[in-house]
Design a protein around this ligand. Structure first.
Ligand code: SF4
Ligand code: SF4
Length: 282
């Protein structure tokens, strides 16, 4: 092998590669951009799946009919999808209760107890038929049924209230649809807690039932996307799904409808970047 082969060619090759743009990126300082056209999606009319990035799902609420085909497709795979309704929780009362609430009496204490499992953030007060209505939740509560909302949020609170002398009964009239109500009273103070399904106003999905996905179970196979007959589900480029708590891996329909698309972490300082570089060579 001559001098050219042994010395010149390797040196030229080294210089060439040193000047080339690297094919790798410096994650997390730089991120892969999501290109919506490259999402993994399925065209049910053409019967064709378009290969693409299988990151987090994107749910189009305005196309989803709530048919649950995606849920059925996932059942034999990971059971990661559940169909959920959106609920509101109201406290209905008369003007006497409202005055007590403003004065900080038993009424205020009752509202505070009922707000506790909801994180203490209130929706708002509005006039209703025969009195007032206080929405206890700020954002919609996604659950499988009104009964589950009661069990998850109020069952323990009701036990405590009963131990403190509050009487809690269900009204005699049968609840219609996804509605449950409870009359809570003590010493002449009375209010009605109503758990009511929220109509999100989508014409194609009158019952407002949408899929939610548990990313602690999902294996990113894409079968649910293949099964959707209404172009309502895709998988996008959002790949940053790590969470500190198990519950954070559960994405309700509203979360699925808002892809993060690679939101950037706070920009690192030069000192932090230097520490990262030094660690690499220690
Ligand atoms: S991608 Fe996830 S949610 Fe969809 S079918 Fe596969 S495991 Fe289920
Ligand atoms: S995402 Fe598609 S398959 Fe799933 S419920 Fe909505 S329309 Fe049906």
């Amino acid at each position: 092998m001559g001098l050219v082969e042994r010395v010149v060619k390797p040196v030229v090759s080294g210089i060439k590669h040193a000047l080339m743009k690297p094919v790798t990126i410096k994650y997390p300082f730089t991120k892969v951009e999501n290109i919506p056209e490259e999402n993994f999606r399925y065209d049910p009319k053409a019967g064709v799946a378009y290969p693409g990035y299988k990151g987090r799902h994107i749910l189009y609420l305005d196309k989803c009919t709530g048919c649950a085909a995606c849920e059925r497709a996932c059942q034999e795979i990971a059971e990661a999808i559940v169909m959920l309704y959106s609920f509101d929780i109201f406290l209905e009362f008369d003007s006497g209760f409202k005055s007590g609430l403003e004065e900080g009496g038993d009424e205020a204490r009752l509202v505070s107890r009922l707000l506790h499992p909801l994180g203490g953030v209130m929706g708002g007060l509005e006039e209703a038929e025969g009195g007032f209505r206080l929405r206890l939740n700020d954002t919609p509560i996604w659950e499988m049924a009104a009964q589950v909302v009661y069990e998850n949020l109020f069952m323990d609170v009701f036990k405590e209230l009963e131990a403190e002398g509050w009487e809690i009964t269900m009204p005699e009239e049968k609840p219609r649809g996804e509605v449950r109500s409870y009359i809570i009273k003590k010493n002449g103070v009375e209010a009605k807690l109503v758990i009511k399904q929220r109509d999100l106003g989508y014409k194609q999905n009158k019952r407002s039932v949408f899929p939610a996905i548990d990313y602690g179970r999902c294996v990113f196979c894409g079968f649910c996307v293949d099964a959707c007959p209404f172009y309502a589900l895709e998988m996008g480029g959002d790949y940053e799904l790590a969470a500190l708590e198990r519950e954070e891996l559960f994405y309700d329909p509203e979360m699925l409808a808002k892809p993060k698309f690679n939101t950037h972490p706070p920009e690192s300082t030069w000192a932090e970047k230097a520490v990262l570089v030094l660690r690499r060579y220690k």
